[in-house]
Design a protein around this ligand. Structure first.
Ligand code: HEM
Length: 388
């Protein structure tokens, strides 16, 4: 890392350096303490502090989401166009829908946890986190079973393409997803009579007085899939690791399950499952003391802002009395995560089922966890033993 001119000026850093790959959160902590905005070739201008990230989220006219030339509904859109698509999307995550989904979600969590052996080590990401995220998402969308494996493989390829920042690789990955989803849409169109699953309902939705195009539906389903699979799997790993390190908190939540939702949000504030989101400037602006021209690219680092000591004091301290408004886990403003009710449902039932069974995760000294790298937070591998 190299500070170009004094304290407030941007530090030049390398997201591919050995230190950043080994521990991206520690790297962001170091950067944030040294400067409000850092620069790298891959991340462009990285906004590190809570106040500056909030400022960008609240000023969507200056900090635009239209960062990609590909259609991305609604992630890559700005108001007013964005609002029409949010109106279509939000009812899919209504309290009623979530109540209907809860029993299926609980069964998935219970089956996976019951299948975990107690007499040998397990790798949490492969044995619990990814299968849980995938099956819960399939239950939400009513995907056919034969789509599970291709989707899992697709998410892995999508992250590799994001990391490589290679537009050709990203386009190829998007196309591969589209093929799977178009096949489901064809089947739903040809099916006997109207159905009530998400894909069938999307085929009947209207925006601005017309039906959604097939490209829009595919994009919506792609963003839901990306939105869920990696973040939920990362969150499961982070929660299990936290309970292994803090059995006292696990016991407190077992005794008072009503604390689980707030505790999950706080644990995921400390260890973020989603690292960053992108923006670009629409006009000249000053942020974090730095002057940027129009059309500059920024990375809003959730994984730094949510650990900003100016707002949270000691960022690693687990506290249930923090102001939930300050937690940027699910974002804020017009792009605030529409899938948050689903994410919270999935993580709540997973933790409830885990704690109910009295199975304490224990870390294995000889096989320490390996951190995940951008764009995912949490762990690449996490070995534990679930004692009974
Ligand atoms: C722990 C799990 C999750 C976390 C931490 C998370 C976090 C976020 C954050 C921070 C944003 C704001 C991005 C921005 O401002 O650019 C966002 C947006 C979004 N999320 Fe999530 N998310 C999660 C789960 C989900 C799920 C389950 C879905 C859907 C099934 C989903 C779908 C989306 C979509 C479509 C957007 C874009 C919204 C828009 O641009 O209007 N996310 N998410």
């Amino acid at each position: 890392m190299n500070n170009r001119a004094g304290d407030a000026s941007p530090i030049e850093w390398d997201p591919q350096s050995a230190d950043a790959i080994a521990d991206q959160i520690a790297t962001f902590d170091t950067l944030r303490r040294a400067c409000p905005v850092a620069h790298s070739k891959a991340f462009h201008w990285s906004v590190l502090r809570h106040a500056d990230v909030v400022r960008a989220l609240d000023d969507h006219a200056t900090f635009s989401n239209a960062v990609s030339t590909h259609l991305s509904v609604p992630n890559g859109m700005d108001p007013p166009e964005h609002a029409g698509y949010r109106r279509v999307i939000e009812p899919y995550f209504s309290a009623q829908r979530m109540r209907e989904l809860e029993p299926a979600c609980r069964r998935i969590a219970a089956d996976l946890i019951d299948a975990l052996p107690s007499d040998r080590d397990i790798e949490v990401m492969g044995d619990l986190a990814h299968p849980f995220a995938l099956r819960a998402q399939a239950a939400f969308l009513d995907w056919p079973a034969e789509l599970h494996e291709p989707l899992r493989e697709w998410v892995r390829a999508n992250h590799a393409a994001t990391r490589s920042r290679d537009p050709a690789a990203a386009a190829a990955v998007a196309l591969a997803f589209d093929r799977h989803i178009r096949a489901v849409l064809d089947e739903r169109r040809a099916g006997p009579g109207p159905r009530d699953d998400a894909a069938s309902r999307l085929l009947r939705e209207q925006v601005e007085g017309r039906e959604l195009t097939e490209a829009e539906i595919v994009s919506i389903l792609r963003n839901w899939t990306v939105g869920e699979l990696a973040t939920i799997a990362a969150s499961v790993g982070i929660l299990v690791y936290f309970f292994a390190r803090r059995p006292d908190v696990a016991r407190r939540l077992r005794d008072d399950a009503a604390l689980i939702p707030a505790a999950a949000d706080e644990i995921l504030r400390i260890s973020p499952p989603l690292v960053a989101s992108r923006r670009k400037t629409t006009c000249p602006v000053t942020i974090g003391g730095l002057h940027l021209d129009a059309d500059e690219r920024l990375t809003l680092l959730w994984a730094s802002a949510n650990r900003d000591e100016r707002v949270f004091g000691a960022p690693d301290e687990f506290r249930l009395d923090r102001d939930p408004e300050l937690n940027l886990l699910y974002g804020r403003g017009v792009h605030v995560c529409p899938g948050a009710p689903l994410a919270r449902l999935e993580l709540r039932v997973l933790v409830e089922e885990l704690l109910k069974r009295d199975r304490e995760p224990q870390l294995i000294d000889a096989r320490p966890p390996v951190n995940a790298v951008y764009p995912v937070g949490g762990f690449a591998t996490l070995n534990v033993r679930f004692a009974r």
